[in-house]
Design a protein around this ligand. Structure first.
Ligand code: FES
Length: 112
């Protein structure tokens, strides 16, 4: 999928606060969250061992991976906590990729 692609998420009503959605974007997956009314999008792949972040729990603007508990800031992608019992390695430190979300009318889109 080329850069500059806009991915439709759905209507705002289809993603109420506290819910998440997983979208296919060619060779990757994007996780979209409604965190207390703010819609945020990140790669749906934990950089530790590939956990699906869309199945994780949102805690105060961060996503906790359901596999080993690493925690990432949903706005910046920064790693806030390493996986349980492990140090924060250079491979994990960059965190996850974040994507801009646009609201056009009643529709939500992710810019890739
Ligand atoms: S796969 Fe996400 S913390 Fe291990």
């Amino acid at each position: 999928m080329s850069r500059g692609t806009r991915l439709r998420v759905g209507t705002a009503a289809e993603l109420p606060p506290g819910t998440a959605r997983r979208l296919s974007a060619g060779d990757r997956w994007i996780a979209v969250f409604n965190a207390g009314g703010t819609v945020l999008a990140v790669d749906d792949r934990c950089p530790h061992e590939g956990g699906r972040l869309s199945l994780g729990s949102v805690e105060a603007g961060a996503i906790r991976c359901p596999v080993h508990g690493a925690c990432f800031d949903l706005r910046t992608g920064r790693t806030l906590e390493p996986p349980a019992g492990e140090p924060l390695t250079p491979a994990l430190e960059p965190g996850i990729r974040v994507y801009p979300v646009r609201v056009i009318g009643d529709e939500l889109y992710v810019d890739l």
